[in-house]
Design a protein around this ligand. Structure first.
Ligand code: ZN
Length: 188
């Protein structure tokens, strides 16, 4: 088990679609174990394989809702169906999103309220999960990672400009930058 370095925006693996996984091998299971450990150390509520530099369609998530119910799982070769995205401007607080590959920053983004995930689990079985609200948001965010899309790519005016400025200020946006949870401290 190991905490892995997290790629920061600009690393090419974050910006192109990830490869299909196929069979769930011991190698895949070992990667998922490390991804879960890294997600917890970060800490984050979701993590996709490209964020640890691996070109594979895998994400993990682990989130506790307001009622204390825990939602966690592994999605390999997922498909995601979403309800029509809402219209209008995002709410600065309710729609505030962050990403471990743009560490320490948050910007508001509207997301579809409902999502249906179809994916393979660690036992190689296909499953379905219906999600709404924040869990649906997490699934959309992580699924986007497998398409090579970061949430900052989806921001609308004026947040898109603010995100570009923040990324530039940190000198991110070019290859070769990462941070290691537990060692590097970042303000959130
Ligand atoms: Zn992210």
């Amino acid at each position: 088990m190991a905490v892995l370095p997290l790629c920061i925006t600009g690393e090419p693996v974050l910006h192109s679609p990830a490869a299909e996984v196929g069979a769930v091998t011991d190698e895949v299971r070992a990667l998922v174990t490390d991804m879960i450990e890294t997600m917890k150390a970060a800490p984050g509520v979701g993590l996709a394989a490209p964020q640890v530099g691996v070109d594979a369609r895998i994400f993990v998530y682990d989130w506790v809702d307001d009622s204390g119910e825990r939602h966690s799982g592994t999605a390999i070769d997922p498909e995601l169906l979403v309800s029509p995205p809402p219209l209008g401007d995002p709410d600065d607080e309710e729609d505030s999103e962050g990403c471990l590959s743009v560490p320490g920053e948050r910007f508001p983004l509207r997301r579809s309220e409902r999502a249906l995930l179809r994916a393979t689990d660690l036992d190689g079985r296909r499953y379905e999960l219906e999600a709404h609200g924040w869990l649906a948001r997490i699934l959309q965010h992580e699924y986007d990672h497998l398409q090579g899309i970061l949430y900052v790519d989806r921001l609308t005016h004026p947040h898109a400009k603010a995100a570009l400025k923040a990324i530039k200020k940190q000198s991110w946006g070019s290859p070769g930058q990462s941070w290691l949870p537990g060692r590097d401290h970042l303000e959130d």
